[in-house]
Design a protein around this ligand. Structure first.
Ligand SMILES: [Fe+2]
Length: 285
């Protein structure tokens, strides 16, 4: 009997942005906009103090401040692998002397930003649903023996289906978000100090996670404009802290929920101009 569980989504309906401070906007433009082919949001934030880079239905928020590096990597889906290789090659010279690097792996292109943030870029395909451009997952490297407690937190506190897996690649917790996104927490022996980067998620049920966290003193920023923040992921079985990363938690009443994000087709240029094709639709057919 088909149970149609694949049609279900959990309480976290969207992972919208990852916020990573960058020390230099000109290098950030070269990497995120020219190299990766993302689109600078034309509405905000403009100027030299912050940039929002649109990637399908997701964004990177890139304020100009001391660098932040996520301990792990971010998955990216792109519509055209060969075009990405060309773009990355085109920024090599401009990013020389930074941590920028890229290499082609079996099923993805591994890319490191000028300051050490790592990305794995995949071609759109059935494992990413109808996403042709976007951020399908963020993977954090975590301390050993933490995956189970992290899975319990997302499952029981945030209401997001979470499972643990153990295999050749070690042990990880996988948290389902919306139709085609996830957070992955992979146990590793390397550790890094948390430096303050954050994620923004939208939740259908806002009050239950808020009340759980509030009753334990874990709200790091009180509700304002349909949003609160917390940093500490705790195992609901015993209350012990198992991971640190700031979450901006927004309800679906937040004015920016499902804000239309402008995406350009980075293949457009004055030399190879195709009339009416400036916009990119971030979904597969
Ligand atoms: Fe944010």
């Amino acid at each position: 009997m088909i149970d149609y569980a694949d049609e279900d989504v959990g309480n976290i309906v969207l992972l919208e942005h990852v916020n990573l401070q960058v020390p230099d906007q000109s290098l950030a433009i070269l990497f995120y906009i020219v190299g990766l082919g993302f689109t600078r949001d034309p509405y905000f934030n403009i100027g030299l103090r912050n940039m929002w880079a649109n990637v399908g239905e997701q964004q990177f928020h890139l304020p100009t401040r001391p660098v932040q590096v996520l301990h792990g990597h971010m998955g990216i889906v792109v519509p055209d692998f060969d075009a990405l290789k060309e773009r990355l090659a085109s920024v090599e010279e401009g990013l020389a002397g930074t941590k920028f690097s890229w290499s082609v792996k079996a099923d993805h292109i591994a890319v490191t930003c000028p300051w050490g943030n790592r990305f794995q870029c995949y071609a759109a395909g059935s494992s990413f649903g109808d996403m042709a451009l976007g951020v399908p997952y963020v993977e954090f490297l975590i301390a050993p023996d933490r995956a189970a407690g992290i899975a319990r937190f997302y499952d029981q506190v945030l209401g997001a289906p979470a499972t643990t897996e153990s295999g050749k690649q070690g042990t990880l917790a996988r948290v389902k978000i919306g139709r085609n996104q996830s957070l992955i927490f992979r146990e590793a022996n390397e550790s890094a100090e948390y430096d303050g980067h954050h994620l923004a998620i939208y939740v259908a049920n806002f009050s239950r996670p808020y009340n759980f966290l509030k009753s334990r003193g874990l709200i790091s920023e009180e509700v304002r404009n349909h949003q609160f923040r917390f940093k500490e992921v705790v195992d609901p079985e015993n209350g012990s802290g198992v991971f640190l990363v700031e979450h901006e938690v927004r309800s679906l009443h937040h004015p920016m929920y499902r804000r239309f994000l402008v995406n350009r087709d980075p293949l457009e240029s004055a030399r190879r101009y195709r009339r009416g094709r400036d916009a990119l639709i971030p979904y597969t057919d």
